[in-house]
Write a new protein. Sequence first.
Length: 349
Amino acid sequence: MQRRQFIQNLLTTSGALLGASLITGCQSKTIDPLFLLDLINPKISLPDHLITPLSDFYVQNYALTSRVNLDTWKLTIGGEVETPVVLTFDDILKAPQESFYLTMECIGNPSGGNLIGNAKWAGTRLLPFLEKATLKSTAIEMAMKANDWYETTLPIEELTKPDVFLVHQMNDKPLTKEHGFPLRILIPGHFGQKQPKWLTELNAIATTKKGFWENQGWSNTAEIPTHALLRQVQTDRIWNQHNRVTLAKSGIAGWEDGVLVAGIALDRSRPITRVEVSTDGGNSWQIADQNQPSSPHEWTLWRYRWTPKDAGNYKLLARAISDGEIQDINKHDRMNGQSGVLKIDVMLD
Ligand SMILES: Nc1nc2c(c(=O)[nH]1)N[C@H]1C(S)=C(S)[C@@H](COP(=O)(O)O)O[C@H]1N2
Ligand SMILES: [Mo]
């Protein structure tokens, strides 16, 4: 496929994936970074980290992009705490800094979809600030508020995990306004809706409360399930509304020399132990080649070299296995982030 036509396909299919009530965002011009790698060449090993460039990273907002004035911005930790804490941006920078890799995915992302990206983030841990504020025993949930009035909640135990970060850098640059300048919170293991941008308030509350998307029926835990995302067959980036591939036998990308099947896999912070590919609709499975990312919060890259013997019609799909879970390929539970397994019809001429 020509690059231009490829972009066109993406633009025409990247509609409101999270829900009809979505006001803006989601119209990303993402080209799958996997597509740019010569994965078909078995001599090229899978990289440890595949970063989504900022220019290709999806943006998902329920309202307009917020513009924050750094001079007046502050983060308040209050509610059910002994001592409310108010932080300026300087306070954030003075705290110990760390960087790490984490994949952001929207709960509405379908298997071939572009509402996912991997970045290197930098910032500081939340826990020392929570300790300073001292949570009262009455605190059940943390209500997280942002400058655009976005709100979402999680149980207190999720916020006191050591890997919760206040981040101000993405891919070695200050957060852009689209991605939450000056500060967002990252709570590993959860879909994007639990990662507020333009963070202004952390309110410990003594009740349970639902946030913006959660009130519209999306999962309130929004935990990332073990899942594989099939992205590419030979040189075609797969899109969920375009899940049909026809390959000629010979010539460039001809199937007689083998067919590349590639993608990513993600889980709520447990390593992906195996990715399997089926070419017969799920009757039999073969193990794909995968990388071993050092961060459990980061996507796993995988590829499989399929060597079909005969022309015909095939049904391709992938599933992921982690320590705690084997992906159920028959599950379709959209509001919990299980958009269904992508089955690709492959015609070998
Ligand atoms: N303040 C604020 N934070 C937000 C949102 C929002 O609309 N407002 N959208 C959330 C959703 S649904 C997702 S998927 C992620 C996307 O992050 P990104 O735009 O940096 O890719 O941001 C989350 N954080
Ligand atoms: Mo999202």
